[in-house]
Design a protein around this ligand. Structure first.
Ligand SMILES: NC(=O)c1ccc[n+]([C@@H]2O[C@H](COP(=O)([O-])OP(=O)(O)OC[C@H]3O[C@@H](n4cnc5c(N)ncnc54)[C@H](O)[C@@H]3O)[C@@H](O)[C@H]2O)c1
Ligand SMILES: [Zn+2]
Length: 346
């Protein structure tokens, strides 16, 4: 076992504090990673606060991990010491069910092992990226192309793949009108990726406060959802709407903005249920769908795509002791556009 410095929430809703955790010895197929950067995802905050239900404490959050391989087990074939690598939301899955075989490990029918707030195959709780080292099976590690700096690459491991996967699945590309709802960590990646895929991109944000940023990120249009005229003007406009909002939304209003046969895909994971008038999907044969992160192969594909298109996250690098303050700022929509912890400061 290796003792590693980490930041953990000792109990639900408690502030995070510096502590140490144990990492398992490097097994035959394991990779030991020196974590360099860890992004702060809104999902970390939902889980620390038990907003999605009972969680495991102490909790070391963090599933946007970028680092450098320092050691590999004897059976490892994909990585060697010195490689730049990433770990996202999953560190294992059953590998045998139809979904795992299809590269959709996030939908593993036996339940994927989450990077933190999960229980590993060894029966031990998993601890995430707000720490200095992690041991992960090589099949759940991805390669970060050398042209992508590790700090701006870290958020791709969740915010990047969570938006790339549905944009690809629902064919965002040339000739398609795509709206991105919410311009936070996921939203700003969705804008960059949808633009790079060739779609015509519209941001639907609460206000016009971040309009200049949105246009610079690659949006063609920018509207405020707080302005009722937005919904009149954009009625029936979009082929695809990707909602990244962390709080419940008016889905009937959003569905009215789709063309016939359009899809509203929700990746935001609010803590409360929503209400829906089913006529919103009946009229216009519309689809309301959800999507969870992406599989391991697709995560690699996304990283290669981002490297090719020079896409990284817009980040604010913080020291570990600023993590609680950063959480408050995320909750107040005061982030442009992802906080990333420099794990050397833990
Ligand atoms: N489906 C998945 O696999 C997956 C993966 C990662 C994160 N998530 C979830 O996605 C959500 C967003 O995560 P994030 O890290 O981007 O969070 P974030 O806080 O960075 O971004 C959320 C954005 O939504 C905006 N917003 C809040 N209320 C709004 C409203 N009523 N109208 C328009 N915009 C509004 C906020 O201002 C912010 O810009 C969270 O709920 C998170 O848990 C889901
Ligand atoms: Zn996340």
């Amino acid at each position: 076992m290796t003792t590693v410095a980490a930041y953990a929430a000792p109990a639900a809703k408690a502030p995070l504090e510096r502590t140490t955790i144990e990492r398992r010895p490097v097994g035959e197929f394991d990779v030991l990673i020196d974590i360099k950067f860890a992004g702060i995802c809104h999902s970390d905050i939902h889980q620390v606060r038990e907003g999605w239900g009972q969680a495991i404490f102490p909790m070391v959050p963090g599933h946007e991990i970028a680092g450098v391989v320092s050691e590999v087990g004897p059976g490892v074939t994909k990585f060697k010491a010195g490689d730049h690598v990433g770990v996202g939301c999953m560190v294992d899955s059953c590998r045998a069910c139809d979904n795992c075989r299809a590269g959709l490990e996030q939908y593993c029918t036996r339940g994927a092992v989450m990077t933190y707030n999960g229980i590993g195959r060894d029966g031990e709780p998993t601890y995430g990226g707000y720490s200095q080292k992690i041991v992960v099976d090589e099949n759940y590690v991805v390669r970060i192309p050398d042209s992508l700096p590790l700090d701006v690459a870290a958020p791709l491991l969740c915010a990047g793949i969570t938006t790339y996967s549905p944009l690809k699945h629902w064919n965002a590309g040339p000739g398609k009108k795509v709206a991105v709802v919410g311009l936070g960590g996921l939203g700003h990646m969705a804008v960059k990726i949808a633009h790079a895929l060739g779609a015509e991109v519209t941001v639907l944000s609460q206000s016009l406060r971040k309009k200049d940023d949105g246009l610079k990120l690659g949006a063609d249009h920018y509207y405020a959802t707080s302005d009722p005229k937005t919904f009149e003007e954009l009625r029936g406009t979009f082929d695809l709407i990707l909602s990244t909002v962390s709080a419940p939304m008016d889905f009937d209003a959003l569905l009215s903005l789709l063309k016939t046969d359009g899809a509203l895909v929700n990746v935001g994971a609010p803590e409360e249920p929503i209400s829906l008038n089913l006529f919103s999907v009946i009229a216009g044969r519309k689809t309301l769908a959800g999507s969870s992160i992406g599989g391991i192969r697709e995560t690699q594909e996304m990283l290669d795509f981002c490297a090719e298109h020079h896409i990284g996250a817009e980040i604010e690098l913080i020291r570990a002791e600023q993590v609680n303050e950063a959480y408050e700022r995320v909750l107040n929509s005061d982030v442009r556009y992802r906080f990333v912890i420099d794990t050397a400061t833990i």
